[in-house]
Design a protein around this ligand. Structure first.
Ligand code: HMG
Ligand code: NDP
Length: 427
């Protein structure tokens, strides 16, 4: 098991950081080479992945340190363009590990496919006809994907949802409830939904139209919990108790106000999406599921909760859909996706989902802790300043010199960076 503590990792060069991670995660020389040079995704491979390819698009690939999940150290690869995310996740994981880290759990890898049935005058009668033939429907759904069945997955059940009075008449929607094992499962369940359609039409007398998975993957949930004592949270300027109260006030704002909840949840996805991208998974599917889930009560709200236990410690939880896979999609075609899994040391899609939500919870705490105390700009803008220095044309050592100067002046702007660069080059 790799030691995930990365003290002062920022002080190393990218090559030194890679040496450290390669050793910790036992990467081979070839795997290490993939990360040490640009172009990990060969053009010919990219051309096979999507259409009209003319090149590849790279993102920074960082590793968040300090994560301890269910007592195990985990190094977390993150592919993302925004500064301060990897730093905040690493920082909060560092605090969390002092109180035992993150505890996670998840449901089985169950996805839903929807089959829309129109043209039925007796929708409740159609419902019973489908339920009566449940076993036959399951058998047709499971007749195609021998690999999945062999792995212990497959269609487990059906659910029937009736919308008796839509602007297009009565609508019956059959859900296939499918165990997709270590796949994200969209293609798998879509194939099943298409294969059962002739039988569904025969049983209901209606016409089947859409046959597609639901991205509201509410049967495939991942959960994480963290507990931090005031002692761990305290800073030079503020007591731990003050920070606990501040984080709970910040969370409550998101719980009651959708305008705030959207930003709060964006902060959570700041942690989750980079893990999803680094592992070649479909981040649009995860985003769609997250926001639909956040709205499940009819009121768009927070994906996390923050409260205080009887001992006065801050307790954070997250529970949300996590449709991710270790096979399928780009998870096997993008060379860095498999490498990310190796660095993380995850062996199942469920474990990957649990790591992703733990990072989301850490990220949320990082943002709330900053917002409830000094504000977001000091930490975030100090790191964003390096981007601004790059935009102004700084290279090499100039980048850090100018970024540090702007951060010290609390004046992070491109025109200031240009002025500082000119002054530096005149010296
Ligand atoms: C940015 C920090 C962490 C600085 O915080 P700091 O107190 O200056 O950090 P520090 O220098 O004391 O370092 C503490 C630890 O943080 C990590 N760390 C610290 N700096 C680095 C770095 N350069 N590179 C790598 N790791 C770093 C690292 O783990 C380090 O431990 P050490 O290595 O010393 O043992 C803090 O201010 C913070 O957490 N801020 C929140 C940042 C954030 O949330 N960013 C997301 C973007 S803003 C946004 O889009 C979302 C938002 C905010 O709108 C969501 C919402 O509203 O809810
Ligand atoms: N709305 C959405 O979110 C949609 C998303 N998509 C896309 O679908 C893709 C994901 O679909 P997905 O079904 O996961 O991909 P695949 O169909 O590529 O992979 C799943 C298949 O892999 C095989 N397999 C091998 N090992 C395993 C294992 N351990 N566990 C499970 N299956 C295994 C199975 O059978 P076999 O070998 O027989 O194939 C299974 O059917 C993503 O690219 C996503 O972007 C597509 C449509 C809609």
């Amino acid at each position: 098991m790799a030691d995930s503590r990365l003290p002062n990792f920022r002080a190393l060069t990218p090559a030194q950081r890679l040496d450290h991670i390669a050793e910790a995660a036992a990467l081979t020389a070839d795997e290490k080479a993939l990360l040490s040079q640009p172009g990990a995704l060969p053009l010919a491979r990219a051309d096979g992945m999507i259409e009209n390819v003319i090149g590849t698009f790279e993102l920074p690939f960082g590793v968040a340190g300090n994560f301890q999940i269910n007592g195990q150290d985990v190094l977390v690869p993150m592919a993302v363009e925004e500064p301060s995310i990897v730093a905040a996740a690493s920082f909060m994981a560092k605090l969390a590990r002092e109180s035992g880290g993150f505890e996670t759990s998840s449901t089985g890898p169950i996805m839903r496919a929807q089959v829309q049935i129109l043209g039925v005058t007796d929708p409740y009668g159609a419902r019973l006809a489908l339920l009566k033939h449940r076993d036959e429907i399951l058998s047709v759904a499971n007749s195609r994907d021998k690999v999945l069945i062999g792995l212990g997955g497959g269609c487990r059940d059906i659910e029937i949802h009736v919308f008796p009075d839509t602007p297009r008449g009565a609508m019956v929607v059959m859900h296939l409830i499918v165990d997709v094992r270590d796949a994200m499962g969209a293609n798998t369940v879509n194939t099943m939904a298409e294969s059962v359609s002739p039988l569904v039409e025969k049983l209901t007398g209606g016409q089947v139209r859409l046959r597609i998975l639901s991205n509201l993957a509410d049967l495939r949930l991942a959960r994480a919990r963290v507990r931090l004592t005031p002692e761990v949270l305290k800073t030079r300027e503020r007591s731990g108790e003050e920070i606990v109260e501040g984080v709970i006030d910040a969370y409550t704002f998101a719980a009651v106000d959708p305008y705030r909840a959207a930003t709060h949840n964006k902060g959570i996805m700041n942690g989750i999406d980079p893990v999803i991208v680094a592992t070649g998974n479909d981040w649009r599917a995860v985003e769609a599921g997250a926001h639909a889930w956040a709205c499940r009560s009819g009121h768009y709200s927070s994906l996390t909760t923050w409260e205080k236990d009887t001992a006065g410690a801050l307790v954070g939880t997250i529970e949300m859909p996590m449709p991710v896979g270790l096979v399928g999609g780009a998870t096997k075609t993008h060379p860095l996706a498999q490498l990310s899994l190796k660095i993380m040391g995850v062996k199942t899609a469920q474990q990957l989902g649990e790591v992703a939500v733990a990072v989301g919870l850490a990220q949320n705490l990082g943002a709330l802790r900053a917002l409830a105390t000094e504000g977001i700009q000091r930490g975030h803008m100090a790191l964003h300043a390096r981007n601004i220095a790059l935009v102004a044309g700084a290279t090499g050592d100039e980048i850090d010199t100018i970024a540090k100067q702007m951060a010290a002046e609390h004046d992070v702007r491109t025109d200031r960076a240009v002025a500082l660069l000119e002054a530096l080059r005149r010296k």
